[in-house]
Each structure stands twice: as structure tokens, then as C-alpha cells.
Design a protein around this ligand. Structure first.
Ligand code: HEC
Length: 201
């Protein structure tokens, strides 16, 4: 017998006892108790009749990267990461969006090389942006793009290159990420490079 059925049976017995008390016992106080028991028992029976919905934690999908055969497979994984673990869609849109707070990534895969995108994701501070939109010496402004390869997002190199494959596919560019290269990738970080990009107008 299931747990719910057992509870329903107990409820029925409680209600039955209440009815028996009302039918056979004259003492006023006991009759009041019997009435209360019937009301409570009926309520719990109704509550138990409501369909139960188990709340499960969200399913975690894992990918076996060695099963990836084509660049399109890689882009498909990248798409999942973009919208889930990578949290990219929290900030970025693909195509114009009113709610996007950050650069629109449509076309980015065709405009930027995979190496440059990889660096934007893992070394967002590597390019020191200079802000000239005010008087006086230019100010450095820190990048707001998070480090994608560190906590809390913490994507592996393979995951990052899958996302880049997705960005290339979204841009209509041929996917230049090679599956065999991704399979070979470890988690070692590349060297930090620093360059200065000025936003001069
Ligand atoms: C917290 C918000 C946020 C998240 C999450 C985020 N980004 Fe960004 N991203 C930015 C901002 C802001 C910039 C603009 C540069 C800057 O200020 O650092 C940027 C810049 C970029 C650029 C460079 C664009 C250019 O034109 O040079 C790329 C590529 C990029 N993000 C991709 C991603 C991907 C892929 C993910 C997910 C793995 C991601 N971002 C997650 C905020 C975010």
C-alpha cells in the first residue's frame, strides 16, 4: 500500500470514529470532540486527494565529449552551455534585445577569431579599456565580463571551445574549431597577454 493510501485509510478510520461518537454517545463534551474529529479527518482526506507533485532537483545533463564527431555536435553542446552552465544568456543576447545588458553576440563568431574570443572569455581584463568620453586623462575602466574559466561559472577549456563553436555557427560562419583539437585539450591555462585598446572618438 502506498504512503498516501495508508494516510487516507487512517483518515477514514478517524472520520468513522467521529461519526460513531456522534451516533452513540450522549455526553456533550465527547460529542464536540467527535465533531471536531470528523471535520479534521475530512480536511485531511481532501488534502490527500489532491494530486501529489514531487519536486525534484533540476536534471543535470552530462556530455561525453569523446562521442562528439562533427563540429555541429560541438556547437550543439556549446548552445546548451551558453544557455545553462555558462550563464552567458544572463547578460548577452544573440540578436538585438531590449533586455540585454551587454554586447549582442550575434555575428561575433564571424567577426572575431576563436583565439580572440577565447581570450575575451578567460582574460576579460587583458584588454585595458581606456575611456576618453570625458575631459582630462583617459580612465581605465575594468571589464565587467566575468572570468568564464573561474568560479562561479568555471567552464573547462573544452566547454569554452564548444561555446565558441556555437557562436561561430550562430554567426553563419563555418565552424573553425576542430573536434580533434577539442578532444586533446587539457585544462592548462594559456599565458596572459595584455594589450591596450583605446576607445578614442
Ligand atoms: C555578468 C554578465 C556577463 C556574463 C555572464 C557573460 N558576459 Fe560576455 N561580456 C559581458 C560584458 C559587460 C562585456 C563587454 C566587455 C566588458 O565590459 O568586459 C562582454 C564581452 C564579451 C565578449 C567580447 C565581445 C566583443 O565585442 O569584443 C564575448 C565574445 C563574450 N562576452 C562572450 C560571453 C560568453 C560566451 C559568455 C558565457 C560563457 C559570457 N560572455 C558571459 C558580460 C557578461
Amino acid at each position: 500500500m502506498s504512503e498516501v493510501a495508508l494516510l487516507q485509510l487512517i483518515g477514514l478510520i478517524v472520520v468513522g470514529c467521529g461519526i460513531a461518537i456522534l451516533l452513540f454517545i450522549r455526553a456533550m463534551f465527547v460529542r464536540v470532540v467527535g465533531f471536531v474529529v470528523i471535520v479534521l479527518g475530512t480536511f485531511s482526506l481532501i488534502a490527500l486527494g489532491v494530486p501529489q507533485m514531487p519536486s525534484l532537483p533540476p536534471a543535470i545533463e552530462t556530455f561525453d565529449i569523446t562521442k562528439v564527431k562533427t563540429p555541429d555536435d560541438l556547437a550543439a553542446i556549446g548552445q546548451k552551455i551558453f544557455f545553462s552552465k555558462g550563464q552567458c544568456a544572463l547578460c548577452h543576447s544573440i540578436g538585438p534585445s531590449e533586455s540585454a545588458r551587454c554586447p549582442d553576440l550575434k555575428g561575433i563568431g564571424a567577426k572575431l577569431t576563436p583565439e580572440f574570443i577565447y581570450e575575451s572569455l578567460t582574460q576579460p581584463q587583458a584588454y585595458i579599456y581606456l575611456d576618453f568620453r570625458h575631459n582630462g586623462p583617459p580612465k581605465e575602466y575594468p571589464a565587467r565580463m566575468p572570468y568564464i574559466n573561474k568560479d562561479p561559472i568555471g567552464l573547462t577549456k573544452q566547454e569554452i571551445y564548444s561555446v565558441i563553436a556555437f557562436l561561430q555557427k550562430m554567426s553563419g560562419a563555418p565552424i573553425s574549431i576542430k573536434v580533434e583539437d577539442v578532444l586533446k585539450m587539457g585544462t592548462q591555462e594559456d599565458e596572459v597577454q595584455v594589450a591596450v585598446v583605446s576607445h578614442d572618438r
